[in-house]
Design a protein around this ligand. Structure first.
Ligand code: NAD
Ligand code: TDX
Length: 340
């Protein structure tokens, strides 16, 4: 039997990180899970409240830029770092990109330095089972035209400051592998949706506005395309890469589920009409000034992870969106308690 692993999760109080902790606990009831999170506006301890009584779960309220995190490597025999912590919202990065550089670039480099320091043995090798998993995004590839998909070899061409900071972090992870052989994988996923996502992001925003019968802002002509994946499917893909990914490799993750933003809003309004309020109307959709540098289309070619590691998305969009809307309806207090 495989030895019990110790996982260091960064950003585990955020949207995907908290979903991942729940997923990981189901997969490995005995694993030690250390969650490092600075609890920015995006971090919410309610997301992982059910872990509080778990004796093998430890929350550490720290910034990933903090050099004293090194102590964790002395306290625990950390096997896997799953690095979610980031400034994640494109619109905020357009307003001010400083925090994106600090957290996404410098914070990642701080973690890489600590992992190398703790994991490298005197002969320059690394013990088996160690891995740094960089959770990245399709936005590092830039924007697609009407055809084609992003593959792992698509050149990096980030447009927003957020995407530039993630691309930079990815390159540092790659550099630590190329230079120091630090065991790593990079995953690049498309847009996630599901429980615990902050209302600054499109899908929760539309659900909240719809429930309150308020105007729903749609940027530009509303025809920008994103490839949506249910968050639990992303968690399963990350878990698959941790356990089976070949060291040094990059894996794209996507839902083969491209939709225009307008289509997304109409689908959500339709679910709300059926479940909450039959009088809700599309007239709530309000076209607003476009996002600066707005990427037109993202689409992921996920054949590598499908063919080499056997992962594929499990949740059809119709089911995932129904579940998500239901979750927000049932968790109105969670919405009201959000910071910022
Ligand atoms: P999120 O904004 O919901 O959560 C980010 C978490 O990181 C929060 O808990 C926050 O408190 C924490 N954090 C921020 N700065 C920190 C710092 N300096 N030190 C410690 N903790 C800090 O983000 P998310 O949507 O869950 O995204 C998680 C990761 O997945 C990010 O790296 C993001 O780039 C990537 N990603 C997200 C999506 C998506 O659709 N949301 C898609 C692909 C990749
Ligand atoms: O009010 C809105 N109106 C609107 O039309 C908002 C908030 C968004 N949009 C559009 C912009 C995008 O085309 O909807 C699309 C989705 O926007 P976001 O939810 O902000 O996501 P996006 O910019 O695509 O980035 C997300 O997916 C990739 C995450 O925030 C990133 O962290 C991830 O890397």
């Amino acid at each position: 039997m495989e030895a019990m692993k110790t996982y260091l999760i960064t950003g585990g109080a955020g949207f995907i990180g908290s979903n991942f902790i729940h997923y990981l606990r189901k997969q490995e009831p005995q694993a030690t899970i250390i969650n490092v999170d600075a609890l920015t506006y995006a971090g919410n301890l309610e997301n992982i409240a059910s872990m509080n009584e778990d004796p093998r779960y430890h929350f550490v309220h720290k910034d990933i830029c903090d050099p004293t995190l090194q102590q964790l490597f002395q306290l625990y025999e950390i096997d896997v770092i799953v690095h979610f912590a980031a400034e994640s919202h494109v619109d905020r990065s357009i307003e001010d990109s400083q925090a994106f550089v600090t957290t996404n670039v410098l914070g990642t480099v701080n973690l890489l330095r600590m992992a190398k320091e703790a994991w490298r043995t005197a002969d320059g090798r690394y013990a088996t089972g160690k891995k740094f998993l960089q959770v990245s995004t399709d936005e590092v590839y830039g924007s697609l035209g009407a055809t084609g998909l992003f593959t792992e070899t698509t050149p990096l061409d980030p447009h927003s400051p957020y995407a530039a900071s993630k691309a930079s972090a990815d390159l540092f992870v790659k550099a630590y592998y190329d230079t120091h052989q630090l065991p790593m994988n990079i995953t690049r996923c498309s847009n996630n949706y599901g429980p615990y996502q902050h209302v600054e992001k499109l899908i929760p925003l539309v659900i909240q506005k719809g429930l309150r019968k308020q105007a729903i802002p749609l940027y530009g002509d509303g025809l920008n395309i994103r490839d949506w994946l249910y968050v639990e499917d992303h968690c399963q893909a990350i878990y698959t890469v941790i356990h089976h990914g070949k060291l040094g490799e990059i894996y794209n993750i996507g839902g083969q589920n491209e939709r225009t933003n307008r289509e997304i809003i109409k689908t959500i309004l339709d679910v709300l009409q059926r479940n909450v309020d039959a009088t809700l109307s599309e007239s709530l959709i309000t076209y607003v000034t476009d996002r600066k540098g707005h990427d037109r289309r993202y689409g992921i070619d996920a054949r590598k992870i499908q063919q080499e590691l056997g992962w594929k998305p499990a949740t059809p969009f119709a089911k995932g969106i129904e579940q998500t809307v239901q979750w927000y309806i049932e968790n109105q207090t969670w919405l009201q308690n959000l910071k910022d």
